[in-house]
Write a protein that binds this ligand. Structure first.
Ligand SMILES: Nc1ncnc2c1ncn2[C@@H]1O[C@H](COP(=O)(O)OP(=O)(O)O)[C@@H](O)[C@H]1O
Ligand SMILES: [Mg+2]
Length: 273
């Protein structure tokens, strides 16, 4: 059975490569919770071909199964297709605002290609590491980087009216040369309706977005607290973000973090600023 699935996967990947005009030689670099990540190369180019990233959503993951529970008309394959399409168009949107993300190139079925984020020269092909595998102390004061990340999120929320929804130390790549971050994994990101207190087919309502923002910020603050002993108050940071919400929306809901997961709350109340 296992063998059978492997063979099917292999054929599927081959089909995706052909469809995206990629050479069939791929270098697997990551298996996240939802997708497989490969370094690939465009067909037609000779030896000197720029690497790109191929992200292939898998059909059978806990997340796709969970999503399917609410969507009775969809199959597992549909969910993978939708995720690829959604992440691809989110990246396009972010690129239009010059946000720090990989450029999206092309999308087919449950896969898409994007810019390779890493070191690439004659002898080296090394993706930039996720924040989780970097010791920021080797570069600068970690607090500077936390500031930088919060500023990125501020731009995302206030200028682009978006939330990420799955921010973590694994979805932030660190470019040590430029001392900057590139945020990845945008399938669950959402545009926010800043005009009216309602959801539209493309924009979610502000209170739903707020819950996603609270989670994203809490995960990052918690990571810097645990790893670098930097204690920013979640409450204070959220108060800053709250100011960006138009007052005619603000009065419809309480932008507090009461519904935050318990362990986050405990952590942050122990270390008030
Ligand atoms: N554009 C990219 N350039 C370099 N590495 C990447 C790129 N996209 C993803 N990766 C690597 O692959 C891993 C998984 O990618 P991600 O998009 O987070 O997939 P998942 O949705 O499965 O978590 C990342 O943690 C990162 O190390
Ligand atoms: Mg990820």
């Amino acid at each position: 059975m296992k063998k059978h699935i492997k063979k099917m996967d292999f054929e599927r990947i081959r089909l995706l490569c052909d469809s995206l005009n990629l050479k069939r030689k791929l270098i697997p670099i990551g298996f996240g919770k939802e997708a497989s990540i490969f370094i690939g190369f465009k067909k037609g180019s000779k030896n000197v071909s720029k690497p790109l990233i191929l992200k292939v959503y898998r059909y059978y993951t806990s997340t796709t199964k969970q999503r399917l529970r609410n969507e009775h008309k969809l199959t597992l394959r549909d969910v993978a297709f939708i995720s690829a399409k959604k992440e691809f168009w989110n990246l396009k949107e972010l690129e239009a605002f010059a946000f720090s993300v990989p450029k999206a190139y092309d999308q087919r079925f449950e896969a898409f290609t994007m810019e390779f984020i890493g070191v690439q020269n004659d002898i080296n092909l090394q993706p930039y590491p996720p924040l989780r595998y970097v010791d920021l102390n080797e570069f600068n004061e970690p607090i500077e980087y936390l500031d930088q990340l919060l500023e990125l999120y501020w731009k995302l929320f206030t200028k682009m009216h978006m939330v990420h929804g799955d921010l973590s130390e694994f979805n932030i790549l660190f470019d040590s040369e430029n001392q900057s971050f590139i945020i990845i994994d945008w399938a669950q990101a959402e545009l926010i309706n800043f005009k009216t207190f309602s959801s539209t087919p493309v924009r979610i309502r502000i209170d739903q977005a707020w819950q996603m923002l609270v989670n994203d910020i809490a995960v990052i603050l918690e990571y810097f607290l645990k790893r670098y002993k930097i204690s920013f108050s979640l409450e204070n940071v959220l108060h800053e973000f709250e100011k960006a919400i138009p007052s005619h929306l603000n009065r419809h809901f309480e932008p507090t973090f009461n519904r935050q997961r318990n362990y986050d709350l405990k952590t942050f109340f122990r270390f008030p600023k």
